[in-house]
Write a protein that binds this ligand. Sequence first.
Ligand code: CDP
Length: 219
Amino acid sequence: MTGFVIAVDGPAASGKGTIATRLGGLYSLPVLDTGLLYRAVGVLTERAGRDPDDPAAAAEVARALRAEQLEDPVFRTRGAGEAASRVAVHTGVREALLAFQRAFAAQPGGAVLDGRDIGTVIAPGAPAKLFVTATPEVRAERRWKQLKGQGEDVAFEDILADIRKRDARDGGRDTAPMRQAEDAVLLDTSDLSIDRAFDAARRIVEAARARWEAQSFSS
Ligand code: CDP
């Protein structure tokens, strides 16, 4: 039997990162923010003077990526999110990042992973799956506040445009597009504070955990 894996997918600024982190704390599970991998590849491709839209260049950077490189705060910026979504369309990039993510999910004690394709591609057998979403306007507001807090001076309208563009690109790509897995539970956080959103997520995961434990004991 493998460990208890929680897959948290959803679009930008839906609350999935915070929910994943808190679930990790609650169940004492390691958490992987898989978006950070794509952000790192996007930024490091640009930094090498190469084009994020070039599949071969981005895949080369993805293959060379090491876990120790993921700490850079520049990966949290608006530009990094855009670069991430551009490199994330390339099959070669996704393949290069696959083994690391699968190994993280396969840890004997279990794990929490958040991203776009965790429940569909990375950990399709995960016993607990959430698809966290919210309206583009609500997500843009959250991201705008977050970026302002980080000292980035950006107009709300520009962030909303970013969010819409990223949703279309992430949902429309051929390889591992963002979509809700059939067995994932949809959690719309549009009208929820982060505490209430976490509470709803916790209840969904508790139910999944009870099913998983019952199955584990009977097999
Ligand atoms: O924090 P935010 O939701 O804005 O973005 P993120 O989760 O850090 O992901 C940045 C970008 O990486 C996304 O827009 C996707 O294009 C890509 N990504 C992906 O394709 N697959 C994942 N599992 C995670 C992120």
